[in-house]
Design a protein around this ligand. Structure first.
Ligand code: SF4
Length: 337
């Protein structure tokens, strides 16, 4: 079977696809308070273009696809895309990340279209706070969405939480306790310095080590071996049906095992989250280029994939990174979380 290796001998088999830059929430950490001017409709890749890219990528070694946004469920006919990708030769795993707001009405259709599992971003369990940090979101809708996903048989259900000191860090224990009641995977992800100049600071950053010590105050946790866990390291509280995952992109980054490429909603392949390098596929896609040319561009984006980032957790390094604006100038909503 074909596989794609980069110059650091990493196998690149995972494509994260942002299908829209639009979102029905305005998270404080991924969008400025006055929102963003959405990309023009014509700038956004059509489903047929995305499907073509995935087909060509699968022919040369991509095996896993995740649909992201913005918020992917705000794009019309997302189920059409799912059903087109579900049986594509070579693709072994298809997943989607959502904020859950529209999920209750779509979970069943997504499952029927062939989606097997889902990740939901959720940063507070308190309705008032959720409303504040999403600038207006209704937590109740997200819970309905999670229930609908469970009923539709999407599994595992992963809830992604970004603990931010002074914002939601006092809820780490409450999130961990959810696993005592539900079979969900609660995944704590370190806060990354993206598009959040007003919010991000080293003081707000909480390392996985610290998050884990807070979780341990809830109860004893035991490591769990999870197949295809990606960068997450999993644990379980005693007798819990659910699991707790820790993801440390900053304090203990996983660049050595990085297997991913990102495709932005406007058709740019982005080899690394922390690099501004992008390979624009759209001119070739729309200029009548043959598959060989698209394949060449995908391979090029793998050739230029950097070794990774060198951010440590020392405050000075993080501040200098922010000042020098080495971190991404594209907000997360435009890259795909
Ligand atoms: S920083 Fe770049 S190389 Fe490292 S894990 Fe993220 S995308 Fe991969």
């Amino acid at each position: 079977m074909t596989s794609l290796k980069d110059r650091y001998k990493r196998t690149i088999d995972y494509l994260r696809i942002s299908i829209t830059d639009r979102c029905n929430l305005r998270w404080v950490y991924c969008m400025p308070s006055d929102g963003l001017i959405p990309l023009e409709h014509k700038e956004i890749l059509r489903y047929e273009e995305i499907i073509r890219i995935v087909r060509i990528a699968a022919e040369i070694g991509v095996r896993r696809v995740r649909i992201t946004g913005g918020e992917p469920l705000v794009r019309r006919n997302v189920t059409h895309l799912i059903s087109s990708l579900r049986n594509m030769e070579g693709i072994k795993d298809l997943s989607l990340t959502t904020n859950g707001i529209l999920l209750s009405g779509l979970a069943k259709k997504l499952a029927e279209s062939g989606l097997k599992r889902i990740n939901i971003s959720l940063d507070s369990l308190r309705p008032d706070r959720f409303k504040e940090i999403t600038r207006g979101g209704d937590l109740n809708l997200v819970w309905k969405g999670i229930e609908a996903a469970e009923e539709a048989g999407l599994a595992p259900i992963k809830l992604n939480v970004v603990p931010i000191r002074g914002l939601n860090s006092d809820e780490i224990g409450d999130f961990a306790k959810l696993t005592l009641k539900y079979p969900y995977q609660i995944r704590f992800i370190e806060f990354m310095p993206f598009g959040t100049e007003g919010l991000w600071s080293p003081e707000r950053f909480i390392s996985v080590e610290e998050i884990k010590s807070i979780v341990e105050s809830v109860g004893t946790i035991t490591p769990v071996n999870v197949k295809r866990s990606g960068p997450a390291v999993y644990f379980r509280l005693d007798n819990a049906p659910g699991m707790i995952g820790f993801i440390s992109p900053i304090s203990n980054h996983f660049c050595k095992e990085c297997n991913r490429l990102r495709l932005t909603a406007d058709g740019k392949l982005r080899p690394c989250l922390f690099s501004e390098t992008e390979i624009d596929l759209k001119p070739s896609l729309r200029g009548g280029a043959p598959d060989d040319e698209i394949e060449r561009l995908i391979k090029l984006s793998i050739e230029v994939k950097p070794r990774g980032h060198n951010i440590g957790i020392r405050s000075s390094e993080l501040w200098s990174l922010m000042k020098n604006k080495e971190c991404s100038r594209r907000p997360m909503s435009r890259i795909g979380g």
